[in-house]
Design a protein around this ligand. Sequence first.
Ligand code: SF4
Length: 410
Amino acid sequence: MNSADSESLARRLLAAGYVEDSLERADIAILNTCVVRQASEDRVYSKLHELKSWKTPERTIAVTGCIVAKEDGDLRRRFPQLDPVLVPIGEYTDFVAGLDARYDYSQGESMPAAGRTGVSHYVRVIQGCDHNCTFCIVPKVRGRERHAPMAAVVAEGRRAVEDGAKEVVLLGQNVDDYRDPGGQGGLAALVRAVEQIAGLKRLRFLTSHPQDLETELLEVMAASDVVCRELQLPVQSGDDGILKRMARGYQMRHYRAIVERARSLMPDLGLTTDVIVGFPGESEAAFLNTRRLLEEIEFDVVHLAMYSPRPGTYAADRMTDDVPGDEKLRRLNDLLALQRTIALGKTAQWVGRTAEVLIEGTDELGRPYGRIRQGKRAVVLRGSGIEPGQVVTLRVLQATAGQLAGLPAA
Ligand code: SF4
């Protein structure tokens, strides 16, 4: 989502005639920030420290992203000499107009064509989140949900495809909650509308929420050649007691029922989840429930995190962080090892089969790489002449836990 915001701001700046350059040559430095964890927030402060020697009266430092919503004058107090311009998320028009008043490049180097579109184009369809998971700072910093009109999303996707994009990715903190403000329907209707865009090869959406995901959406996915066979469905814990303390709004039987339905419609579905270990009150028995869930469902990818209290959240303010640090680490390492074995088994099933890869670029060895429809990364071992944006049918010859490799099928 932060990448999508950066892309959106970059597109406006390029359209206004600005160019990307090295920090040494640049007049403006923009930090897009994330505060989902303390470590990411600390990185913002350390970047601002680094920029102290860069700043001159002629240069501008702008800060955007979640830290701006949290900001209560602290940034200006801590970095008075930087005089940062604070840009709320999505409110880029005034910022760019302010720069235009300050910098005049009309006599300078030749300007690039307006717009900036890669192989994938991200469209934020919901800003904010109406859930209140007890560990999460997002609702506080991103506010309540605002939904983009369906017609505007389709128009943006169409423009992106005309500019060269092959894939559109619909983004929302909880994308399943999408409702067109004009009453045209929810996410399933939006997906149906976007997949009609001529020339669009792939459509993805994230992140789903087990409480809000509708069966109709799974049916739309299963019937489509454009929508990817990939579901990002965070479970967070495999224990009903912990899910209740997290205020996730579902129980394990609901989660299992969604996975069962999705896999019956799409046996080759790629399934990704998020898990937090060491949440307040997580006993050994509760942890083992999560472990059993991973063994049972065999996710393709699990994003694992150790719980750390985020000041300002319900869990940090009202619950005791009672799982010791070394125990959290043990649980994390245990699940990492388990998931590595599971992921290896899952990718190994691709060896000898063919998969469609949308090429996104070339890796450090010069080999074209991209993703298959189920979300796995794949590289073409010998692929001279293959360009980003092409869809290649790959015969898979090798698999590691994180990647497939092969040759174009004859
Ligand atoms: Fe945070 Fe996601 Fe829960 Fe919203 S649904 S509060 S973004 S964890």
